[in-house]
Design a protein around this ligand. Structure first.
Ligand SMILES: Nc1nc2c(c(=O)[nH]1)N[C@H]1C(S)=C(S)[C@@H](COP(=O)(O)O)O[C@H]1N2
Ligand SMILES: [Mo]
Length: 209
């Protein structure tokens, strides 16, 4: 009896969502130029529908003094490569919610980066235990190409939902599309159900376009 085709293939990695392949090395992928970090003027703002109705901002030293976590999280790029087994350290998004509580009726957040890049998330995805404003990857500080000083990592969503060079979080009382979500990418972006493009959206997946 000949060996079946299935026996000759390595078992699929359970960490790989459908249509993704593992990537060796860490590619750099983003739209536009790499911003220069200016420590004296850098801040991290939380604005919009805060419980206090006031904007909050941390300077670089204050942000670095926030409590940190280390989480494991895979990166799934919608262009079909996945970086598996990353260890991210930084400030949990839950810590931001704890330090600057949102108003009761906040349902979504917009995360803003340098040069106006943005991505929207449901409050539930933002509050998830694995969602982290990472400053370190595998114990090394992020390089500038990968988002130094801070990038968002949302392991349960496609990687465009994690802006590099984050500068602000906006609390929102209704959903609104971010940079790629306005340009044809899926509003929710769950890689496990291959929510790649906005034409796949079902009613309720996002605001009307
Ligand atoms: N500010 C910013 N963040 C971004 C992007 C971008 O264009 N600008 N691209 C996203 C996309 S599509 C991916 S796949 C990841 C890539 O991260 P990497 O360059 O560290 O691999 O960054 C995400 N964060
Ligand atoms: Mo991506």
């Amino acid at each position: 009896m000949g060996r079946s085709e299935q026996e000759q293939l390595p078992p699929p990695d359970p960490r790989l969502p459908p249509g993704q392949r593992p990537q060796r090395g860490w590619p750099v992928l983003h739209y536009g130029p790499v911003p220069r970090f200016k420590p004296l003027t850098w801040d991290f703002q939380v604005f919009g529908a805060t419980a206090s109705a006031e904007k909050h901002s941390w300077d670089f030293e204050e942000f670095r003094a926030l409590p940190t976590v280390t989480v494991r999280g895979d990166l799934h790029c919608v262009t079909r490569f996945s970086m598996l087994g990353n260890e991210w350290s930084g400030v949990a998004a839950a810590t931001v919610l704890d330090r600057v509580p949102p108003a009761d009726n906040v349902t979504h957040v917009m995360v803003w980066a340098e040069y106006g890049y943005s991505s929207n998330l449901s409050l539930a995805d933002f509050a998830a235990a694995g969602t982290v404003f990472a400053t370190h990857h595998n114990d090394e500080p992020l390089t500038v190409e990968h988002g130094f000083p801070v990038r968002l990592v949302v392991p349960q969503l496609y990687a465009w939902k994690g802006p590099k060079w984050v500068r602000a979080v906006e609390y929102m009382r209704a959903d609104r599309r971010g940079f790629w979500e306005e340009r044809g990418y899926h509003n929710r972006a769950d890689p496990w159900s291959e929510q790649r493009y906005s034409y796949q959206e079902e009613p309720g997946d996002g605001p009307l376009r």
